[in-house]
Ligand binder design. Structure first.
Ligand SMILES: [Zn+2]
Ligand SMILES: [Zn+2]
Length: 134
């Protein structure tokens, strides 16, 4: 692996990307990414590719969230993101407008407020779809 690829893996893992999406982005095999991450302790509970449905993301920035078992699921990585999201979605105050969609990129079911049709759970998935990486 090239040095730049290793750097990129570190950055992408810290950004909450899955092994599969990193492999996609860098054009290398998933196994290469996996074994590299294992060797360098870049794995993690929320980042496991075997249970992608347990992975949750910040609604605002799409960062991977670490959920604490037994506690209410977090939806934002930080208070800042929570505020930013609510500021950007004033219509969300109306709970009747909550709708469920399935992400066309990762297949995750997600809920959004408002009347606008949504096809992607996050900006990351939207970007991937636009870049034709799905
Ligand atoms: Zn966030
Ligand atoms: Zn998605």
């Amino acid at each position: 692996m090239k040095h730049q690829q290793k750097e990129a893996i570190h950055q992408l893992r810290e950004g909450g990307q899955s092994y599969a999406s990193i492999a996609d982005l860098l054009g290398i095999s998933v196994n290469t990414v996996k074994s590299y991450c294992r060797r360098n302790k870049l794995g993690g509970i929320a980042l496991s590719t075997t249970e992608p449905m347990n992975e949750t993301f910040c609604r605002q920035c799409g960062a991977s969230l670490k959920q604490i078992p037994g506690k209410k699921q977090k939806q934002y990585c930080s208070d800042r993101c929570r505020m930013a999201w609510w500021n950007a979605h004033p219509e969300a105050v109306d709970h009747k407008s909550l709708r469920e969609y399935t992400c066309q990129t990762c297949g995750r079911v997600f809920e959004v407020y408002g009347k606008r049709e949504r096809k992607f759970c996050s900006r990351v998935c939207y970007g991937k779809s636009k870049a034709g990486q799905v």
